[in-house]
Design a protein around this ligand. Structure first.
Ligand SMILES: Cc1ncc(CO)c(N)n1
Length: 219
């Protein structure tokens, strides 16, 4: 079995919980309260600027040039999506961009720093596994929502970002890199990769949950 098949099997129950969570169900129905989506947008913009740098860092640590180019590209795309959030969605959804409002809140903070410390201190295979749920879960959730979305969903344009062909292509490539690295690695590293993949998947869940409950630092 490929490393990625086992990785997805490990998180399948968690993925079912993600699909069932109110944030995803209400996003799909178009009934998600604007305030929750605004909080999510603010946090996701901050997430993406760090995520993009983590991807570029993985690129710089890649020994194969093809892999380096691909991860630089992933990093660049994350920052392009971040720019689109500001130029389009922040305006469309009236997201406040003042510094005190867009401060990085606890779950986003933890996710960013989990990725950064994994990239800095763990083997590169483990770092690649840690960033993989960011691609894969978004693709699956995007496809799920698009298949079931209600007409005139106010969030449709944003949903389309993650269900398109371009994003799907990137996800396939990211999975293929993880599989190739796992294959050329040891069982010990493969286990660490599964653990990192599972932790990042839990953080994807928590990220949406935090947006739904607008979880902020205590005053
Ligand atoms: C938290 C999070 N994970 C993954 C993605 C997709 O890259 C995103 N935009 N935000």
């Amino acid at each position: 079995m490929r490393w990625s098949n086992q990785a997805w099997t490990n998180i399948a129950p968690l993925y079912d919980h993600i699909i069932a969570m109110p944030f995803i169900q209400e996003l799909k129905a178009g009934t998600l309260p604007l305030k929750k989506f605004q909080f999510y947008m603010q946090q996701d913009a901050r997430y993406l600027e760090h995520f993009g740098r983590v991807l570029a860092y993985i690129g710089s640590k890649s020994t194969e040039n093809d892999q380096a180019i691909q991860f630089f590209d992933f990093g660049k795309n994350a920052l392009i999506v971040e720019k689109a959030l500001h130029e389009t969605y922040f305006k469309q959804f009236k997201v406040v961009d003042a510094h005190e409002d867009s401060a990085i809140q606890p779950i986003c903070h933890h996710y960013i720093h989990f990725l950064k410390s994994t990239a800095a201190f763990e083997p590169i295979e483990v770092a690649v596994a840690a960033v993989l749920p960011c691609f894969w879960i978004y693709k699956e959730v995007g496809d799920y929502i698009v298949a079931k979305a209600q007409p005139n969903n106010p969030y449709q344009a944003w949903i389309d970002t993650y269900s398109g062909e371009d994003f799907a292509e990137g996800v396939k490539k990211a999975i293929a890199f993880a599989d190739k690295m796992a294959e050329n690695s040891t069982e010990d590293i493969r286990i660490q990769m599964w653990q990192a993949f599972e932790k990042a998947s839990q953080l994807e869940y928590q990220f949406w949950d935090a947006a739904y409950h607008t979880i902020r630092w205590k005053e």
